[in-house]
Design a protein around this ligand. Structure first.
Ligand code: MN
Length: 474
């Protein structure tokens, strides 16, 4: 394979892990992988689990174009020899934990899928067992998909300074950003049991809400959530864990990451407002968290690494355990993000979802390496498959806000001094049907998308993270 250098360098960049598998000229004999619009060219190869039949166990696969490549039959046929693939769906596998093994497996898969590679392509008996169209062999229906590892722990961070400032301005107009924000990657422990794969519907949660402002002495309200929201987040799936009592240094942090996915941290804002003092989110968050099925590996993301957020000179420097030259130089990710919404009425009329926002992960104040170093500095142990979510991703502009509570809020903490912002004004979003939304209605489907683009490289995507709000149970 020809090696490829990005603009200006003329040779691969070993520091970023860019190698021949990122060559934009690579083509596959899986024709749909060569479509410029696909999320899944041969340069991506994200992992997922697929339910191939009701009888068989879920199969580990990489997604390429419009097909899955099933890894177990490839391994059983001896085509992945020596690559540490024992049982892929087991989070203890070397494949998940060891970046060099993942990288070797990626190179081997690219080799097998290249346009002029005959080994798998021309073995009709084997390729019939290994290659599975995503729409089903007879085109009769899509298979169920899940992430390749079920997270056993879930931590949600708050790493977007734009989100923290927007939300802080609503609740605390005089004191939007709390004094710890620029020193600590703020987070809380979420609930792993209610993480669901993309495509899962859930019932609007029921719970307690604050007494009315007009009568604070009245008791709390109780009933279906009235302020149902989504949160656009990127999830970091841990590959290698750390022993209890052994912190992960920021220098080693990225070697503990398996890959990234999309996360929708559904949020019941009215429940949250009443319950979050003094210990933070609880029932407002733990009824459902949707995760995209594909894990885009750190290896696939290598060309899209960028410097960490550049802090203004007036901001405090992070403590040494949260700082490294490598993190400053390339701790960030250039990932474009979109949120789309389709109401039940739009679906009934066969109208396409409408885009609510467009942003980028580059605006995050804290990097995943900093979040991992912070999470473990006290000796806390991360485990293979753990999900660390970034927190709502909002950018500096209004159309890049990553939640409804921010999108329909009229305040602007950057353009206006927070004191002058009333904070309670909301402008509804008007849908193509004429329906209006300040928060989500029953039957609304939220679809999140993410992709990476850079001159000189193939575009890669994350697929979708989709979920529908059903009416509350009566
Ligand atoms: Mn969140």
């Amino acid at each position: 394979m020809a090696t490829h250098g990005h603009s200006g360098s003329g040779h691969p960049d070993p520091l970023h892990g860019i190698d021949e598998t990122h060559d934009p000229n690579l083509k596959s004999w899986v024709e749909s992988a060569n479509d410029p619009a696909t999320d899944f060219p041969i340069q991506n190869l994200p992992l997922c689990l697929v339910e191939t039949s009701a009888q068989d166990p879920w199969a580990t696969a990489v997604r390429v174009g419009d097909v899955y490549v099933l890894l177990e039959p490839l391994r059983d046929a001896g085509l992945l020899k020596g690559l540490g693939i024992a049982w892929l769906a087991n989070p203890q596998s070397e494949f998940v934990e060891v970046p060099s093994i993942r990288s070797a497996c990626r190179k081997r898969l690219v080799e097998l899928l290249l346009a002029d590679s005959k080994e798998l392509r021309d073995n009709k008996e084997l390729s019939a067992r290994v290659i599975l169209p995503v729409d089903g062999a007879s085109g009769t229906g899509a298979f169920d998909e899940e992430p390749p590892i079920a997270p056993s722990n879930y931590t949600d961070f708050y790493a977007s300074i734009h989100h923290a400032t927007n939300v802080g301005s609503m609740f605390r107009p005089d004191n939007a950003l709390l004094p710890n924000y620029k020193h600590i990657p703020i987070g809380y422990h979420g609930r792993a049991s209610s993480i669901v794969p993309s495509g899962t519907s859930f019932h609007r949660p029921v719970g307690q809400t604050s007494p009315p402002d007009s009568d604070p002495s009245a008791g709390p309200g109780f009933g279906p959530c009235k302020l149902m929201d989504y949160e656009l987040e990127i999830g970091c799936i841990i590959g290698r864990g750390n022993a209890l009592g052994s912190p992960v240094s920021i220098a080693d942090a990225e070697s503990h990451i398996f890959g990234l996915c999309l996360v929708n941290d559904w949020s019941a804002r009215d429940l949250q407002k009443w319950e979050y003092v003094p210990l933070g989110p609880f029932l407002a968050k733990n009824f459902a968290t949707t995760i995209s099925p594909y894990i885009v590996t750190m290896e696939a993301l290598a060309p899209f690494r960028i410097p960490a957020y550049e802090r203004p000179a007036s901001d405090p420097r992070p403590l040494p355990y949260l700082t490294s030259d490598a993190n400053t130089a390339r701790g960030g990710f250039d990932i474009a993000l979109e949120v789309h919404l389709q109401s039940a009425e739009m679906a009934k009329r066969s109208m396409s979802p409408v885009r609510l926002s467009k942003g980028n992960f580059r605006h995050m104040y804290w990097t995943f390496a900093q979040m991992i170093a912070h999470h473990t500095v006290n000796g806390c142990n991360l485990q293979p498959g753990d999900l660390l979510a970034s927190g709502t991703i909002s950018g500096p502009t209004r159309d890049s806000r990553g939640s409804m509570i921010e999108l329909t809020w009229d305040g602007d903490p950057f353009a206006n001094p927070p004191k002058l912002v009333p904070g309670s004004q909301r402008t509804p979003i008007e849908l193509p049907t004429g329906e209006k939304r300040t928060f989500l209605a029953d039957g609304d489907t939220v679809i999140m998308k993410a992709y990476c683009e850079r001159d000189g490289y193939r575009r890669i995507g994350f697929g979708e993270c989709r979920g529908t709000v059903l009416p509350a149970r009566t």
